[in-house]
Design a protein. Sequence first.
Length: 266
Amino acid sequence: MPRSIRSSTLETRSARLRLPVSVKPTFVRVAKGLGLGYRRNKSGGVWIMRVADGKRGNWVRTIGAADDFAEADGGDVLNFWQAQDKVRSLARVDRAGTAEPITVAHALDAYEADLKTRGADLANVQRIRAYMTNGLAGKLITLLAARELRAWRDGLIERMSPASVNRTCFALKAALNLAARQDERSISRRAWQEGLALIPNATHDRNVILADGVVRDLITEAYNDNRSLTPRFLRPSLHLRLTTSNCLIAISVDICVISVCSDSNS
């Protein structure tokens, strides 16, 4: 177990209440890249968690109320030691006292490495990074909230189709699930299961019924462009008997595929 940090300024409520009311917290270093802060308010103080993002910056988040005027319960109201323990549990700390916070950015790095190992498509992680915000990337996955993930998901709708939003969210959930498997006891998946829920009815059939004349023109142009597209498995006499009524045309960007019906009259 890592050794608890002492602070004569923050350990006791009497010492904390001697601090001036301020919007700027007073911090103590708990471990490398990890700090515990206290901010004095008029109605009582709060405990602040500070985590370095590895890019010469950091992010902070309130983790609970201080026991300035209420007894600590280990949940919503924390004393100095309980707040320190909560900070350590949220950012995994090893015996040497070095913080190893699992942020969303770290989860994406691990996911990319896993994709490379499995020979999978790296576009899965590249798609996420293209739309990831700095604030969300630096957030500990243990502190992710469903509402902020849902806000990120909903923001994607203005930039891509609903089906693409679902693909991006599915990839991010895969990255977070991979990270969660490292510590199932302390990492809950509920935030991204709810916040990154797939958008219903995001895909729609794109079947288009073409007029007979358009179909005939497509077949003619496809044949003129590449005669190898003619279905060679048919006897020449059947080639002459093909009509638009027994052909299904599937068109992509650069290929026309003719699917012949299998009934006896085709």
